[in-house]
Design a binder for this molecule. Structure first.
Ligand code: VGL
Ligand code: ZN
Length: 207
């Protein structure tokens, strides 16, 4: 059982990313029983919610002439354009109903600034605006971060990479994640995570 210095971050297990959702992650629902069992073993659990205002800049619909999965360059770098998803207060933004993590202490919402995306639960896509999560975890004496949820190659990977960047040990629990895998994104994400010292592991090996 992980001790009090560890946290499980459950990333974006929301309706928009489930089968039938607007950014459906293939087999995304399969993570739910794995996460429910895994979370019981952690005293510290944080949930994240992608939480965009209508008309968010990461939506293809906000860029006339563009379509979902086009890549454009913004002031803060490359942005993949997505179908509208996780709009604040809508059903798509709700946590998936079968997720059972009542003991989670914090639900952290991200991506709420209209002009900046935030795959990461720590730092927005501008590379400088922080969510406060680093300070929250530090003040609770946490120095190890385990990440699971959706999607491996976007919000999970960016969260794990930023955890390393701001000084935490970080692991991604692969069987508790599913990927979108567009334009080689999954292989690229694992390459970056390996280079950054993010450990890949299976839920059965979390000790
Ligand atoms: C995500 C694409 C857009 C994710 C969020 O949760 O991985 N992916 N917004
Ligand atoms: Zn999003």
């Amino acid at each position: 059982m992980p001790d009090a210095s560890a946290v499980l971050i459950v990333v974006d297990v929301q309706n928009s990313f489930m089968p039938g959702g607007s950014v459906a992650v293939p087999r995304g629902d399969e993570v739910v029983p794995v996460i429910n069992a895994l979370a019981k073993r952690f005293a510290n659990v944080v949930l994240t919610q992608d939480w965009h205002p209508a008309g968010h800049r990461s939506f293809a619909s906000s860029h006339p002439g563009r379509k979902p999965f086009d890549v454009i360059t913004l002031d803060y770098g490359e942005q993949i354009l997505w179908p509208d998803h996780c709009v604040q207060g809508t059903d798509g933004a709700r946590l998936y109903r079968d997720l059972e993590v009542a003991h989670a202490q914090l639900v952290l919402r991200k991506g709420d600034h209209p002009n900046v995306d935030s795959y990461s639960a720590f730092i927005e896509a501008d590379g400088k605006t922080t969510t406060g999560l680093r300070g929250y975890l530090r003040e609770r004496g946490i120095d190890k971060v385990y990440v699971c949820g959706l999607a491996t190659d976007f919000c999970v990977a960016w969260t794990a990479l930023d955890a390393r960047k701001v000084g935490f040990a970080a692991a991604v629990i692969d069987d508790a994640c599913r990927a979108i895998d567009t334009q080689g994104s999954l292989a690229a994400a694992w390459e970056r995570m390996e280079r950054a010292g993010v450990k890949g592991m299976q839920s059965g090996n979390v000790a």
